[in-house]
Design a protein around this ligand. Structure first.
Ligand SMILES: *Cc1c(COP(=O)(O)O)cnc(C)c1O
Length: 330
């Protein structure tokens, strides 16, 4: 089976397992895991922020990140298909007492005029005040679309002017970096707090990192423990993340090339495929998924008429060519 359902499906390589096996560890709740500390320092520095926190999932990273900017009873604005709005099972409401309003953009982009019109200043006992704006780069359900740096900078300028925070869901910020060459610090500079995933295209088995100010990260460390996410000899997992940063970032360009190959075969304009995700619109989405499965290619629906295919570390050039032939024929 060539599995294109998600880039979370990667399994750790032998070299990654070796790095995990030899990791120096300690009890991280006591602040004594040197490998976790090394990963946190490294990722914070990459994005030009003061501090970082290793967390088990991107969802927990997002929950901690957004709550660092938005108090109970306040709102965060985001695009309507953002992961925080759609795929975290209401966590921001359930745990943090936060509401959301959304703008709609087919490519998941920053729509500054609409954001301006949605933004609500604190008006006392009248309206929910907007405390933050969240953006997702790359945008998962918009087909891995990249958000241009200039749009993010314009949003930063607006947010600073009105006193709002910016959360960047950078689950796939690595793909945006490789696709555009934009330095990580430039992405870091537009956000107050970011969450980045090691367990997607980077191929680590588990783990995300929240990045922000020392104060935000100290508070997130407390809340992580409160949510049951205090992990002990977690250097075993952090070592996988460090290995991924050393070996699996630049190779994402291969995944992007493979995605364009699939797009071409499926009649999707390859120029619309920024990174490693291809979304094909089909009225018979479920049947298409079943037919592909019968021919050894696993893809998934992400909506009633949307079929998603994702390339990753465990999909070789040969796999991509074979899958393209099958999917193109179907
Ligand atoms: C996968 C993903 C996350 C986090 O997912 P987890 O499964 O909780 O690690 C967050 N944001 C986006 C855009 C994602 O694609």
């Amino acid at each position: 089976m060539i599995d294109l359902r998600s880039d979370t499906l990667t399994r750790p390589t032998e070299a990654m397992r070796a790095a995990m096996a030899s990791a120096e560890v300690g009890d991280d709740v006591y602040g004594e895991d040197p490998t976790a500390a090394r990963l946190e320092e490294r990722v914070a520095a990459m994005f030009g922020h003061e501090a970082a926190l290793f967390v088990p999932t991107g969802s927990m990273g997002n929950v901690l990140a957004v709550r660092s900017l938005v108090a109970p009873g306040q709102e965060v604005l985001c695009e309507s298909r953002a992961h925080i709005a759609r795929a975290e099972l209401g966590a921001h409401g359930a745990y943090s007492g936060i509401t959301m309003r959304t703008w709609i953009d087919p490519r998941g982009q920053v729509d500054l005029p609409t954001i301006r019109s949605l933004f609500a200043p604190d008006m006392g006992p009248f309206f929910v005040p907007t405390a933050a704006i969240s953006v997702e780069n790359t945008h998962n359900f918009a087909g891995g679309a990249v958000l241009p740096l200039q749009d993010l900078r314009d949003l930063r300028e607006f947010a600073t002017g009105v006193g709002a925070g910016i959360h960047l869901d950078g689950a796939r910020i690595w793909n945006a970096h490789v696709a555009t060459g934009t330095p990580f610090e430039e992405y870091g500079a537009v956000a107050d707090v970011l969450s980045v995933c090691l367990s997607k295209g980077l191929g680590a088995p588990i783990g995300s990192v929240l990045v922000g100010s020392s104060d935000a990260v100290a508070e997130a460390r407390v809340w992580r423990k409160r949510m049951g996410g205090g992990m002990r000899q977690v250097g075993i997992l952090a070592a996988a993340g460090l290995h991924a940063l050393d070996h699996h970032v630049e190779r994402l360009a291969d995944d992007h090339a493979h995605a364009r190959l699939l797009a071409e075969a499926c009649g999707v304009d390859p120029a619309s495929v920024d990174t490693n995700i291809v979304v094909v619109d089909r009225s018979d989405a479920a049947e298409f998924v079943a037919a592909a499965h019968a021919e050894g290619v696993a893809v998934a629906t992400v909506g009633p008429t949307a079929v998603r295919m994702v390339t990753h570390l465990d999909v070789t050039r040969d796999d991509a060519e074979k899958a393209a032939a099958v999917l193109g024929r179907l």
